[in-house]
Design a protein around this ligand. Structure first.
Ligand code: NDP
Length: 495
């Protein structure tokens, strides 16, 4: 079940939330600790919300969350349990009380007896914001033995611990009725793959009033990730990186999967140790994944096969499960060339200036060399430009000498200067465009950098980074699914 945590302080505002998200949820969590911050009496607001939610066919979970469990309760423990006890009479389907540390004996007994009378199922929850409890499967089993639905929400410190929870969640001996969710950036995928974790529910909240920073928005979870449809047989895809949650790839790939009628989902995975992800990917049936910073080189030793471009560039941004195991590709190579193809076909380009000597500059210079262009590299740290030129058979200059080594048909801006939020930076402020260059900026956020704007004003033909981002993702989609991006035919491939 997709459960919307009601994060507004009044009954009326929470009703608006319910109506806004009704299509995307099966239930709501009524939070007395948040309602207590508003003007209404929390138990009256809870009753109203229970009636209205159940009138709309939604399940209701009642709770009053302590601060140490991620809640906002300001009063003392006695007041908290008394409020929860009174609000039980609202008749919610479930009530959630804490197990670790547990609610005091007498209060717990009274709440449990009242819940039984009213037919409210009790959820016994454990929250950990600083790791994963030892022997959690035993703890979960013990809660279930007392007739409660166990809930464990804990925070993996790294990807390998998150993957370990996934592996153990597959144990058939665990109680069938359970809530198992991971918090923090390494655990975000569990909120999308909640059904694979065997979790009855996933909690969501409205983006401008999130209950916890890693809560997803119900519409995003449903429309973008199709989380409620993911079952054991659904193919999974994803992007790994660290951090990764800013990535635009889930938007692109999920949009294409949906348009192509392919089941499954493409998820972001924050990964610090790629070997743990490769193990997880095998167990979870991941068909292919994109690789972003800083892992494009770290995945190389884990591949069973490498494309020619991966060998040439020494970096991999796409991994596909093929018959012989994991094969690495570099679609940045094709993505970079895609917008240049018409000019290359007309032989309008012969000499290029490459600004920057970081990771993507290696791909750019390899692609330019493969297409027979001469190029000159300049970089803030000149030594890196020298090394790149030596490795990839090009020239290098200091930034001050860039103009003198021209003229150029093509200028490729590969640095991160000018990228959000550093939008005022210009990587080559003294360079004067002739107006005859094609200027290709790889930054895609913002879509027009100050550097690109300067080139356009000088009369240059300009290309922005979105074109490359899209083209490299199209090539990935083809590798992942064996099909072209829907509606765009085979032309999406540059091979
Ligand atoms: P790296 O961190 O590997 O390299 C960064 C480069 O930028 C280095 O050459 C660095 O110089 C230079 N740089 C950073 N700050 C400045 C500054 N203030 N002035 C001048 N130079 C600076 O990053 P990547 O190569 O992976 O990525 C670079 C950019 O390319 C990013 O904005 C990224 O979003 C974009 N990109 C776009 C893609 C697309 O599909 N459109 C694909 C991949 C990347 P130094 O060596 O001196 O530190």
């Amino acid at each position: 079940m997709r459960i919307l945590t009601l994060t507004a302080r009044s009954g009326a505002e929470n009703l608006e939330l319910i109506d806004a998200y009704r299509r995307w949820i099966e239930g709501v969590e009524i939070r007395l600790d948040i309602l207590a911050e508003g003007e209404d009496a929390p138990e009256s607001a809870a009753r109203l919300l229970r009636e209205e939610a159940e009138g709309r066919g939604l399940t209701t979970i009642l709770t009053c969350r302590r601060k140490e469990d991620g809640g906002r309760w300001e009063g003392n423990e006695e007041e908290r349990t008394a409020l929860l006890f009174r609000a039980l009479s609202s008749g919610c389907s479930y009530a959630d009380i804490e197990e670790d540390p547990p609610v005091s004996g007498s209060a717990e007994g009274r709440i449990a007896a009242r819940a039984r009378e009213l037919g409210t199922r009790l959820i016994g929850s454990i929250h950990r914001f600083d790791g994963i409890p030892e022997k959690w499967p035993e703890k979960v089993k013990r809660i279930a033995e007392r007739g409660r639905i166990p809930k464990l929400a804990c925070t993996p410190p790294d990807f390998s611990s998150a993957a370990e929870v996934y592996r153990r969640s597959r144990d058939p001996e665990l109680p069938r009725e359970r809530i198992l969710l991971l918090m923090g950036p390494y655990g975000l995928f569990s909120r999308i793959l909640y059904r694979r974790f065997g979790s009855l529910v996933t909690f969501l909240s409205e983006p401008s009033r999130k209950a916890l920073p890693w809560h997803l928005d119900p519409e995003q979870l449903s429309r973008l990730y199709r989380a409620h449809e993911i079952d054991e047989s659904s193919p999974l895809y994803g992007v790994i990186g660290n951090p990764v949650h800013h990535s635009r790839s889930p938007e692109l790939h999920n949009g294409w999967l949906i348009a192509a009628g392919i089941p499954g989902s493409y998820l972001p995975f924050q990964v610090d140790a790629p070997d743990a992800f490769f193990r997880f990917a095998r167990e979870a049936g991941v068909h292919g994944f994109s690789v972003t910073l800083p892992l494009k080189q770290a995945v190389l030793p884990l591949l069973d096969a490498r494309s020619e471009e991966v060998e040439r560039i020494g970096a991999c941004n796409t991994v596909v499960r093929e018959r012989g195991g994991w094969k690495g590709y570099n679609t940045d190579f094709y993505g970079f060339l895609a917008p240049l193809e018409p000019m290359l076909a007309g032989r309008h380009l012969s000499r290029a200036l490459v600004v920057g000597a970081g990771g993507v500059a290696r791909t750019v210079t390899a692609a330019l060399t493969a297409r027979g262009l001469q190029w000159v590299c300049v970089n803030r740290t000149p030594d890196k430009a020298r090394l790149l030129a030596e490795e990839q058979e090009g020239e290098w200059r200091s930034r001050e000498d860039a103009e003198a080594a021209g003229p150029y048909d093509l200028v490729v801006q590969t640095t991160s200067a000018g990228m959000e939020p550093r939008v005022n930076e210009d990587p080559l402020p003294h360079y004067r465009f002739t107006g005859r260059e094609t200027v290709y900026e790889l930054i895609y956020a913002p879509e027009r950098t100050a550097f690109l704007e300067r080139a356009r004003t000088a009369g240059c033909t300009v290309l922005g980074g979105m074109r490359m981002l899209r083209a490299q993702a199209e090539e990935q989609f083809r590798l992942f699914t064996g099909r072209p991006v829907p509606g765009e035919g085979e032309s999406s491939s540059n091979r």
